[in-house]
Design a protein around this ligand. Structure first.
Ligand SMILES: [Zn+2]
Length: 327
């Protein structure tokens, strides 16, 4: 922490009054009129006023990895004034940055399914007197009302928190994920055995059919099979070979795709659990959203009391949730 950015334009009760009545633009105008400039020496703008009003450095804090910590400098504004300024910005809906960020702050966007109507829940917000309440609401309910779907809207902060906590708990139980990958491994091995068995049978049949064609052609050349008859049979056998070859290709592709090597090892799972903890406990909202989008398969909702998340174990080919080293 080196220099402090400029002065805090919301420090006086008068400035707060201006903010309440006329907004950040009016503060910028009055600062400019009084001859003040930003730290970069430019005139104040609506956006630069908001940036300063939002800056927790003035509270005597520094921000590090999305967490606020006490800084080795004294606060330049008392917390009550700072909070009053934040509240006014919210009430006036002035902070475009926050508003834009809010759209992406629905961590579980696209993941929640309504068990009543089968549609997805969407994020939406209701502005109260002081706060903004975020919800997830079934699309049918939101669009067409109670007669279209009897679902309930879900408080988003609470659901986000609950699901992240469940994610943390579930992946901390590395034995569960190991159990799941063991089951996948053995299913994959069974499927592989079956596909390999069928592939061998298909190849034998292709060989036999080719041998049959050879025999007909040999008989035709030896003059023991009339041309018309030979042509018909060879054509039918040729069609059969084409079918068998198509199936051979399908099986080869299925075997290549069922690469069991992509499943995470127990060491990967332990690493994943610690990355999840890091993100859930310390990372900013955007990283939490990336995490939720990657590891939540879907969430089935019947009511507030009946919410069933399904998590997924990432393969080794996917990027890790916390960035950095791969799984
Ligand atoms: Zn619904």
């Amino acid at each position: 922490m080196s220099k402090l950015p400029g002065r805090y334009p919301g420090m006086s009760g008068q400035a707060l009054g201006t903010l309440k009545r006329h907004g950040a633009r009016a503060i910028a105008t009055s600062l400019n009129r009084a001859g003040h400039r930003t730290r970069a020496g430019r005139p104040w703008s609506h956006a630069s006023v908001i940036t300063v009003l939002r800056n927790r450095v003035y509270l005597g804090e520094i921000s590090y990895r999305g967490q606020h910590h006490p800084a080795p400098h004294p606060p330049l504004v008392d917390p009550a004034t700072f909070q009053a300024a934040q509240r006014l910005l919210e009430e006036r809906g002035e902070d475009r940055r926050t508003r834009a960020a809010n759209a992406s702050e629905y961590l579980l966007a696209g993941k929640i399914l309504c068990d009543h109507c089968g549609l997805h829940y969407v994020g939406n917000a209701v502005n109260g007197n002081r706060y903004r309440y975020r919800y997830y609401t079934c699309f049918s309910l939101q669009r067409y009302g109670k007669q279209a779907c009897p679902s309930e809207r879900l408080p988003a902060d609470q659901l986000d928190e609950t699901i992240l906590a469940a994610l943390l708990d579930t992946f901390a139980r590395t034995d569960l994920a190991e159990q799941a990958t063991r089951a996948i491994r053995s299913q994959a091995a069974d499927a592989r055995d079956r596909a390999e068995g069928e592939l061998a049978a298909v190849r034998t049949e292709i060989d036999q059919t080719e041998a049959a064609i050879e025999r007909y052609l040999g008989a035709f050349e030896a003059g023991t099979l009339p041309e018309a008859q030979c042509g018909k049979r060879v054509q039918a056998l040729g069609a059969k070979i084409a079918e068998l070859q198509a199936r051979e290709l399908e099986l080869q592709q299925a075997l290549a795709a069922s690469a069991v090597e992509a499943l995470p090892t127990p060491a990967d799972l332990a690493e994943l659990a610690s990355q999840i903890r890091q993100v859930v406990e310390h990372a900013p909202v955007a990283a939490k959203k990336t995490l939720a989008q990657q590891l939540v398969h879907e969430i089935h909702v019947t009511s507030r009391a009946d919410i069933r998340p399904i998590f997924r174990v990432p393969t080794r080919n996917e990027p890790p949730p916390a960035g950095g080293e791969g799984l």
